[in-house]
Design a protein around this ligand. Structure first.
Ligand code: FMN
Length: 327
């Protein structure tokens, strides 16, 4: 049973699944793999490295993909939006900051504007500024985000911006999550953590293996790794990662970390270079429990879609007791 929602038409896709624009992780190959498997692949333009973005746009080839930016960072290099728009992307995906200075250029292009938000109020503002799709991101999400949980945030945003399509993000990594998102009124899911562990993701293979071995119990949301990376993230956003020795040492003592910042930033950069994830961050969300192997993106997509379709047809909890098996 195909799952058909308003975003299938909007983006001309077979499955209502959007790859999160994970900075430095969602490159052209992963975005193309997701699009070729029937979803919408989005390249993670992140903090705006022109050479990286050019290379990854090339790597996507002719696959119909979108491009994502961290909005406050794009404001420092607004010409990167032109670089993306020249390639006629399916979508521009903006998160974290004021979109006002970009909407006119996007509206003149063929790209649809997707805006990721963390509160109902931000959703209303993005809708008023011309977003075609709102992504309601819960705090379970890997990467930067806010404090509200996916389950109550999604239906509240759906109600607030009706009839605009809303897509759920944060903690969705299998058919159960996709089916639940649809039940909450979302028109699909944005997934990051599960695709971090895809073959095509640009993450360090050791980081992928660390994620596969981790539990969602072992994630934390804070500013500790932004300080360590020297990234000046505006409030209120924090970043969810797996816990490790570095976050356990400094997570509750950001003042202490600031006192030793130069030395700790050096140590952090060396660990990152060496692929030492007891110090360097693995950026992933609470869906870590659901990610048990590194697989091709197409296999991840197929399982998610087939799983959701089966659940929607025949929810296990509504079956007779003898037929109730875990999914
Ligand atoms: C490794 C990683 C990097 C991310 N980088 C970005 C980013 O650069 N821009 C952005 O809008 N969202 C970013 N996100 C957040 C995603 O857009 C999305 O909200 C999140 O992955 C959804 O939750 P999930 O991780 O539980 O699937 C990132 C997420 C991860 C896991």
């Amino acid at each position: 049973m195909p799952i058909h929602t308003p975003i299938n038409e909007l983006f001309d896709i077979r499955h209502p699944i959007i790859l999160a624009p994970m900075a430095g992780v969602s490159g052209g190959a992963l975005a193309a793999a997701v699009s070729n498997a029937g979803g919408l692949g989005v390249i993670g333009g992140g903090y705006g490295d022109r050479d990286w973005l050019t290379r990854e746009l090339d790597a996507a080839g002719n696959a119909p993909v979108g491009v994502g930016f961290i909005t406050w960072s794009l404001a420092k290099q607004p010409d990167l939006l032109d670089l993306a728009l020249e390639r006629a992307p399916k979508a521009i995906f903006l998160s974290f900051g004021s979109i006002g200075s970009f909407t006119a250029r996007i509206a003149r292009s063929s790209a649809r504007l997707i805006v990721q938000v963390q509160t109902v109020q931000q959703a209303r503002e993005a809708a008023g500024e011309g977003a075609a799709v709102i992504v309601a991101q819960g705090a379970e999400a890997g990467g930067h985000g806010g404090s509200r949980a996916t389950f109550p945030l999604v239906p509240a945003v759906v109600d607030a911006v009706h009839p605009l399509p809303v897509v759920a993000a944060g903690g969705i990594a299998d058919g159960r999550g996709l089916a639940a998102a649809l039940m909450l009124g979302a028109a699909g899911a944005v997934c990051g953590t599960v695709f971090y562990a895809s073959v095509e993701a640009l993450a360090d293979p050791k980081a992928k293996d660390t994620l596969v071995a981790a539990s969602g119990d072992e994630t934390q949301r804070s500013s500790v790794f932004d300080l360590a990376r020297g990234m000046d993230w505006p409030k209120p956003w924090t970043v969810r990662t797996l816990e490790n020795a570095f976050s356990r040492r400094w997570g509750a003592d950001l003042g202490g970390l600031r006192d030793k910042l130069a030395a700790e930033q050096r140590r952090y950069a060396e660990a990152r270079e060496a692929g030492d994830f007891s110090t360097a961050a693995v950026i992933a969300g609470e869906a870590a429990d659901l990610v048990r192997s590194v697989r091709p993106a197409a296999a991840i997509m197929a399982d998610m879609v087939d799983g959701a379709a089966a659940l929607l047809r025949d929810p296990p909890a509504l079956r007779a007791p003898a037929q109730r098996r875990p999914v």
